[in-house]
Design a protein around this ligand. Structure first.
Ligand SMILES: NC(=O)CC[C@H](N)C(=O)O
Length: 211
C-alpha cells in the first residue's frame, strides 16, 4: 500500500482521502513538517490557495515541502493545489500587509487564479485527457488555468477558451487545465469530487514508476 499524504491545512481533504483509499492506497493527513517523513507521495487539495499558503508557512510545512519537491517527491495538486505547484502565480493576491501569496513551486508554469471569470465561475465539461480513451468529466470550481507552460512541462488536457479570445498559435486549441512535469501532476479541476478516479490512478502509477 502506498503511503500518500494529503496536505490537511484547508480544502477538500476528505474527498482526496476517500478517493486514495478507494484505490487501495494508504492516505495520511499532513499538517506538520515531520508528517512529511516517509511519504511516497503527497496530494495538495482544492480549496483556497492563499489560506493553504499562509497556514503552510505558519506551521513550518512550506520550506520542508519545497525541499521534498526539489528532491523528487511525487505531488499531485488539484485546483488550489495546482496554484501551489506553480513556479509563478499570475494575479497573486496580497494580504493586508501587502505581501503577495506564495507557492511551493516545482512546475515551470504561470498559473492564473480564478481564470475562467465570473460568468463561468463553476462548470463541468467532458474533456480529452492524454492517455485516456474516454473523456474525463471535469468539475471546475473558481478554477485556475495554466497561462504558459515551460518546455519541460507536458500538457495533458485543455478546454476551449471561455471568452473565445485565442491568441493565434498559442491558445488555438484552448486553455491548459492539466499538466505533468517529472513527478509533479496538476489539474485545474477536481476529480476527487465526482468520482473520476483515473487522475488519482495515474498519480499512484507515477509513484510506483509505472507512468
Ligand atoms: N476550487 C479551488 O480550489 C479554487 C481555487 C481558488 N480560486 C484559489 O485561488 O485558491
Amino acid at each position: 500500500m502506498n503511503r500518500i499524504g494529503v496536505l490537511a491545512l484547508q480544502g477538500d481533504v476528505r474527498e482526496h482521502v476517500q478517493m486514495l483509499r478507494r484505490l487501495g492506497a494508504d492516505p495520511v493527513p499532513v499538517r506538520r513538517p515531520e508528517e512529511l517523513d516517509g511519504l511516497e507521495g503527497l496530494v495538495l487539495p482544492g480549496g483556497e490557495s492563499t489560506v493553504i499558503d499562509k497556514l503552510a508557512r505558519t506551521y513550518g510545512v512550506a520550506p520542508v515541502l519545497k525541499q521534498r519537491i526539489a528532491e523528487g517527491l511525487p505531488v499531485y495538486g488539484s485546483c488550489a493545489g495546482m496554484i501551489l505547484l506553480a513556479d509563478t502565480i499570475a494575479d497573486a493576491s496580497t494580504d493586508s500587509a501587502g505581501n503577495p501569496q506564495q507557492s511551493f513551486g516545482g512546475i515551470d508554469m504561470v498559473v492564473r487564479r480564478n481564470a475562467f471569470g465570473r460568468q463561468v465561475d463553476s462548470f463541468e465539461s467532458d474533456i480529452d485527457f492524454e492517455g485516456f480513451t474516454d473523456p474525463v468529466r471535469a468539475v471546475f470550481i473558481r478554477a485556475p488555468w495554466v497561462e504558459t507552460a515551460g518546455a519541460g512541462v507536458r500538457v495533458l488536457a485543455r478546454v476551449p477558451d471561455p471568452e473565445g479570445q485565442m491568441r493565434p498559435g498559442v491558445d488555438s486549441v484552448g486553455r491548459i487545465v492539466a499538466v505533468r512535469s517529472g513527478n509533479l501532476l496538476a489539474t485545474s479541476f477536481h476529480p476527487e469530487v465526482n468520482g473520476e478516479s483515473r487522475i488519482h490512478e495515474l498519480f499512484i502509477k507515477m509513484i510506483r514508476g509505472d507512468a
